[in-house]
Structure formats: C-alpha cells, structure tokens
Design a protein. Structure first.
Length: 73
C-alpha cells in the first residue's frame, strides 16, 4: 500500500506543480495586459499605473455606494 501512496503523492505533486506554473504564467500575462490598458486608456496625466488603479477602484466603490443608496430609497 505504501508504494501506491508514494506514487499518488508524486503524481499529486506533479499535477499541482504544473497547475501552479500555468496559473502563474496566465496571471502574470493578464497583469501585463491590464497594466498596459490602464497606462494607455485610463491613466491621467502625472499618475502612475498603481495610482490610476487605486483611483479607479475608489471610483467603482463610490459608484456602488450611490447605486445602493438609490435602491434603498
């Protein structure tokens, strides 16, 4: 039974390792595209990409709050 457990452990490690490598590549690629989009279309003069992302997130939160207030009235 121990050999089967060991074999399953090796398979598990290989699958999880492969998944994590793919996940890291995909997320990294997405972040590059997202940063380029923010830099090209959403960034205001003098803003860094991170500042623009924070501004956009704050604007989204404010918009959600306003929508929630309208629904509550």
């Amino acid at each position: 039974m121990s050999k089967i457990v060991d074999a399953n452990k090796k398979i598990e490690n290989a699958v999880v390792g492969g998944y994590k490598a793919v996940e890291k590549t995909v997320v990294g690629g997405y972040k590059k595209v997202e940063d380029k989009f923010v830099d090209t279309f959403l960034k205001k003069d003098g803003e860094t990409i991170e500042e623009a992302k924070m501004r956009l997130q704050k604007e989204q939160e404010e918009l959600k709050e306003k929508q929630q207030e309208k629904l509550n009235k």
